[in-house]
Design a protein around this ligand. Structure first.
Ligand code: ADQ
Length: 484
């Protein structure tokens, strides 16, 4: 990605922004320029791509952590967006980010596939950091501004911000699943989190089941009145609805048609020894992504010769993530042991059965991998959406390729023609992968074409404008004179 310059703001225009995004991280990463000097680059994520044009057009502000413990840099402008960094101490990174966000909420909201940990000191730091975000937004928002809060790190912010600035229109979007009552109710902060979310005017989820869970919890836990129109709580109406996130389909397609990317895809196939079947998996190295079940299924398929060990390669890209957290270190060890066991048993000299890559790639290399793969295995145990599945489909411009997709990924509600599997059922998972590997081109296209058409009609721009348009339209229920 091209580096974009940034300039420090000499005067921060406090209280003037009409549009504010709050997310745990700012949309820039620390990097090094061609002269070896530190610089900042726009992060590659889909959220940034989706919001960037709107933020630029409306001169919006983005509030988030800059990614390192210690004091925050002064606000600055980067690529047309006003960035307001939030400072976190080392203890807050431990308690709010690695603790309450990723040690409690992340596993709990993903079906507790790993045991959530509950610690009061984590909860205190989560509250303190959420308050800091809310106060920062309250300081810089113009009267009646639209504020969009993102994800599980900041669930208390809507309620806190509403108390500080009742004039604002507040939206919240959860990128991960929202759990059923039985699981959510384990959380010591359960009422507080529900009240925090219900501080928003509009709460958005990836999947209809998450929206249903939220509405049920609002009634059961807080006694809110839930009707077809919305949720009536604390004298206000709150809308809750489903807004499945998507990808930049045009950009993905542009990459797929780039001759350099196509040449690289052919080269990858050659480098892998031109096997008959390349199975690809691309995930953050996270216990929710179902990597171990997938390796088990693949190993059994080789052992039973349903996949020919001499003619099949699995490329498992596992992006490093949350490496300070014990559960992630333990997962890495287990995955790497399984990969060496499979290679020890089925690889030959100069021929691996599993290529395991614990690295981050740029978009072009990832697109080349998608083009090279005959079968894409996206088999998380639970996932809010899963953009990798959508990226694979959008990249296959000629309608070939086969997507094996977990029914527990949010994307399964839209990509219905994929080979859908239950990743906990190893026999079913094996059948899905084996069938996908055997499908002829006609069968591949029969499934790919409708999925590709769906993505064209539902790209990330539609997601962002759909959510913001809905929030924009919601009538302002609070007088502007109440502004701070
Ligand atoms: P994630 O859990 O991070 O996101 P996902 O939706 O798959 O999961 O997004 C991963 C992104 O990282 C994709 O755009 C992918 O291309 C990229 N990526 C993967 N491997 C990479 C690599 N080796 N190098 C560089 N980039 C790589 C959370 C939720 C999801 C939800 C998203 C968006 O957990 O369910 O879909 O947010 O809402």
């Amino acid at each position: 990605m091209a580096e974009v310059s940034h300039t420090a703001l000499t005067q921060v225009p406090g209280g003037t922004y009409d549009l504010i995004v709050l997310a745990n991280r700012l949309p820039v990463d620390h990097a090094v320029d061609e002269n070896g000097r530190p610089c900042r680059r726009r992060s590659p994520g889909g959220l940034v791509t989706a919001l960037h044009p709107i933020m630029k057009r409306r001169s919006g502000a983005w509030i988030g952590w800059h990614g390192r413990p210690g004091p925050a840099p002064a606000p600055f402008v980067h690529d047309g967006i006003h960035l307001h960094p939030i400072a976190l101490t080392g203890d807050e990174v431990d308690g709010y980010y690695e603790g309450q966000s990723n040690g409690t909420i992340w596993p709990l909201y993903h079906d507790a596939v790993e045991q959530p940990q509950f610690h009061r000191v984590w909860q205190d730091r989560y509250r303190a950091v959420n308050r800091r975000f809310a106060e920062a937004a309250a300081r810089v928002a113009a009267p009646g501004a639209l504020v969009w809060v993102h994800d599980y790190h900041l669930q208390l912010v809507p309620g806190m911000l509403r108390e500080l600035r009742p004039d604002l229109r507040i939206g919240f979007f959860l990128h991960i699943p929202f759990p059923p009552v039985e699981l959510f109710c384990q959380m010591p902060m359960r009422e507080e989190i529900m009240r925090g979310l219900l501080g928003a005017d509009l709460v958005g989820f990836q999947h209809p089941q998450a929206t249903r869970n939220f509405r049920t919890l609002a009634a059961d836990l807080l006694g809110a009145k839930v009707t077809d129109r919305g949720i009536w709580y604390d004298g206000r109406d709150v809308a809750a609805d489903t807004f499945p996130i998507s990808i930049d389909v045009a950009e993905q397609q542009r990459l797929a048609l780039d001759p350099a990317v196509r040449a690289r895809a052919a080269e990858i196939r050659r480098e892998l020894g031109d096997p008959r079947t390349i199975v690809l998996a691309v995930d953050r190295l996270d216990y929710t992504k179902g990597i171990e079940c997938r390796l088990r299924a693949y190993e059994e398929l080789l052992s039973e010769r349903r996949l020919d060990p001499a003619q099949t390669v699995l490329v498992q890209v596992a992006v490093p993530t949350r490496q300070q957290i014990d559960q992630y270190q333990a997962l890495r060890e287990r995955v790497e042991r399984a990969v060496s066991r499979i290679n020890g048993e089925y690889a030959g000299i100069g021929r691996l059965s599993v290529h395991y890559v614990h690295q981050s790639f740029d978009r072009a290399e990832l697109a080349a991998l998608y083009l090279a793969a005959d079968v894409m295995a996206v088999t998380p145990l639970r996932d809010g959406m899963n953009l990798v599945a959508k990226e694979y489909v959008a990249t296959r411009t000629d309608g070939t390729g086969a997507l094996v997709l977990s029914e527990f990924a949010g994307a399964a509600a839209e990509l219905e023609e994929a080979w859908q599997v239950n990743p906990h059922d190893i026999d079913g998972l094996k059948d899905g992968i084996a069938d996908a590997a055997e499908a002829d081109v006609a069968e591949q296209r029969r499934r790919m074409d409708p999925m590709r058409a769906h993505l064209h009609a539902h790209d990330v721009n539609r997601w962002a404008t759909g959510f913001m348009g809905r929030l924009d339209r919601l009538s302002r229920r609070w007088p502007r004179s109440a502004a701070a």
